[in-house]
Design a protein around this ligand. Structure first.
Ligand code: AQP
Length: 332
């Protein structure tokens, strides 16, 4: 079976709808057709400053949400990145074949370092995409399901795989991005041209899976919509309404055309009110199940250790091959 890998950062107390619709929702579907590896990338989560008292619990909450949305440890390998040391080990090697200028062209680094103030941005934030390449290449992933914001990082992973293979001999599968166009960029409710984002959206711009659904409904009611009154899908001219239609369609399974027809002659208020209800129905069972997994943290931690062991069984041989090719002693 072809292999898939993806990861999510435990940088907040909940995933948001962009994370779910752009990536995590697809992970669930891909479990059946791929040999699937999914990780909570806590090494990535310390690149922009973090609270050590919160990190382990956030990783647990992230894993619980992944299980709650439908990842099944019998059908996929779910683990926490820091429990698989091969990620950091391979990242070092890949960093040594990455150009400084090449890494400096990553737009996410430019945006985030600018927001933090260039002097304060860490070297870890700079090398983040190299660690991401290691995450992917260790598992010989064929496909990587991510949102549109990760496209450039995926290109770097492909370049590094090809470069390593050329320099040291065939070692890595060259991965493809798996980006589902319709939901690849869910936008901020308050700024519908920007992506919905944990770090840059205001609380009013972002709908969290684990927040009170009444709060989500309120945010949706206050979402910035466009001039005019007609409910039509036009991402250029009407990004606000189009974003709401995208979310509505993805969560309800109804097509955009069907929704546009159903709301003909109705106003933005109707659409927003109904979407609030759709979100409520969608998140209620996820919240219940997440609470269920978090009620037994020891069991959750055991499940993640088993996942890390399964992951290491694949990552270990890749790292061993890399060590041999570059001339290191074998890992012990
Ligand atoms: N708005 C989005 N639309 C579609 N997909 C999105 N993803 C993130 N935002 C959107 C996808 O979610 C996955 C997990 O990404 P991550 O752990 O890197 O999360 P993130 O990037 O920290 O999430 P944010 O909210 O975008 O935070 P910032 O802005 O801090 O980086 C990825 O596949 C991502 O594409």
């Amino acid at each position: 079976r072809p292999r898939v890998l993806s990861g999510i950062q435990p940088t907040a107390d909940s995933f948001h709808l962009g994370n779910y619709l752009g990536a995590v929702g697809h992970w669930v579907a891909l479990q059946d057709t791929y040999d699937a590896f999914y990780c909570v990338v806590d090494l990535h989560a310390i690149t922009a400053g973090h609270d050590p008292r919160m990190l382990a619990q956030r990783s647990r909450v992230a894993a619980a949400q992944l299980l709650a949305v439908g990842l099944d440890p019998e059908r996929c390998t779910l683990f926490v990145q820091s429990q698989v040391p091969e990620h950091a080990q391979l990242a070092w090697v890949l960093g040594c074949i990455t150009g400084f200028g090449e890494a400096g062209r990553m737009t996410q680094f430019k945006d985030k370092s600018q927001r933090q103030g260039n002097e304060r941005a860490s070297v870890g934030l700079f090398t983040y995409p190299i660690l991401q390449a290691a995450d992917i290449l260790l598992y010989q992933a064929d496909a990587v399901p991510v949102g549109e914001d990760q496209r450039q990082h995926l290109e770097l992973s492909r370049d590094l795989a090809q470069r390593f293979n050329t320099l040291f001999g065939p070692t890595f599968t060259v991965p493809e991005a798996h980006i589902v166009k319709d939901t690849a960029k869910i936008t901020d409710l308050q700024d519908p041209t920007a992506k919905m984002s944990k770090s840059s959206s205001s609380p009013a711009g972002i709908v969290l899976l684990l927040e009170d659904a009444a709060r989500s409904a309120k945010k949706i009611r206050s979402a910035v919509t466009d001039t005019g009154q007609e409910i039509v899908f036009d991402a250029q001219q009407k990004p606000g309404v189009s974003n709401l239609l995208t979310i509505y369609s993805a969560l309800s399974g109804r097509s955009i055309d069907d929704l546009v027809a159903a709301y003909a002659g109705k106003g933005y208020g109707d659409l927003k009110k109904d979407l609030g209800e759709v979100v409520r129905e969608f998140v209620a069972p996820i919240q219940d199940r997440t609470r269920g997994y978090l009620a037994d943290p020891a069991q959750l931690d055991r499940l993640l250790v088993t996942g890390a062991q399964k992951a290491r069984a694949v990552a270990g041989p890749t790292l061993r091959a890399v060590y041999e090719r570059v001339g290191f002693f074998p890992p012990v």
